[in-house]
Design a binder for this molecule. Sequence first.
Ligand SMILES: C[S@@+](CC[C@H](N)C(=O)[O-])C[C@H]1O[C@@H](n2cnc3c(N)ncnc32)[C@H](O)[C@@H]1O
Length: 369
Amino acid sequence: MRPDRPILLSWQGRSSLDDGAAASAHGSVELHRSACGAGRYLFGDNLAALDELRQEERGTVALVYMDPPFHTNRVHELVETGDRSAPKSARERKTAFDDRWEDRASYLESLGRRITRARDLLAPHGSMVVHVDPKTSHYVKVMCDEIFGEECFASEIVWRYRRWPSKTPNFQRVHDVLLRYRKDAKAKPRWNQAYEPLAASTRAVWGDTKQRAVFAENGHRSKSSVTEEASLGVPMGDVWEIGVLAPMSRERTGYPSQKPLALLDRLVTALTDPGDTVLDPYAGSGTTLVSAARLGRKFVGLDASTLSLETCLARLAAEGLPLVREAKEPLETNAPASETRLRAALTAGSSQPDAPKKASERVARKRSA
Ligand SMILES: C[S@@+](CC[C@H](N)C(=O)[O-])C[C@H]1O[C@@H](n2cnc3c(N)ncnc32)[C@H](O)[C@@H]1O
């Protein structure tokens, strides 16, 4: 039999997705780390950050969750959540990140390079989840089949949510697509079985206890029997109904396209064990980092947006996990005390010294709301 001929996604001028030279052009990264070593945040372009991580941490990560911009061709803004009585249009807005692209090919090339690098960081039992929307998911799936190998495709999860009804002459889009790939199809994957509730019709007939399959002598299945043991539910399927963050939700940071903790908690719990490392190269508001920290996993977040940096630092500090910027150069010990304090304060802050304070005020306001 003829071996399968690889099917590749092609576009004019396509270059290698593992172009080493490209990363160095993306500048340096600034490391922020928790004292206990549980978490890190690398501020800067994730291509350069992934290259740095690839040198030291190949094969160590249990889960990579990627939620890149969706190729919306817009600039996304953070809306201050402070004064809730003010209408959204009157609240302060700041640019969080730019999702404008020359064309779809440049978007895919940029994403493909990052997926290729992040894949190298995965442990053999690890997996990557790429969160996209239905306008892009088919392209990304073909590209991931090429990067990982088709045999590593594990599932396409449909995240279904409710949103404000619109009256466009189309079926309203109420789902995102999460593509899950395993690093190594032959290795035993990290897997903690999740369950969903029994269907109402099943409960009506069988109650809440486990059923046992019964087979007749001819091997055909006959009527199941009921046991005394409480049912855990049915193994989780690949369509997940989880609410998006409500406008007044306490979880909301104001960062655009913030995902709900419930979504990340489900992925992190199922695909990692306590003590494992979770990497989010598009950290945004830090949902993955908070989820991982709360569930006893180590986390690494990457992002190039100053507002992401401030929001993540503030959210993690509120979790009791302050991250401190790691000084590249040792501080001079013979400097006057006031200067040393000033340098230490600047080193601990972001490149915009007053920014983290504003974000922590935002998080504190929300927690007391
Ligand atoms: C859709 S948001 C992620 C939202 C996040 N999952 C959450 O729950 O808040 C995408 C993020 O990717 C970041 N990003 C886009 N391109 C990047 C790049 N080349 N390097 C680092 N971060 C990037 C943006 O700054 C933005 O914060």
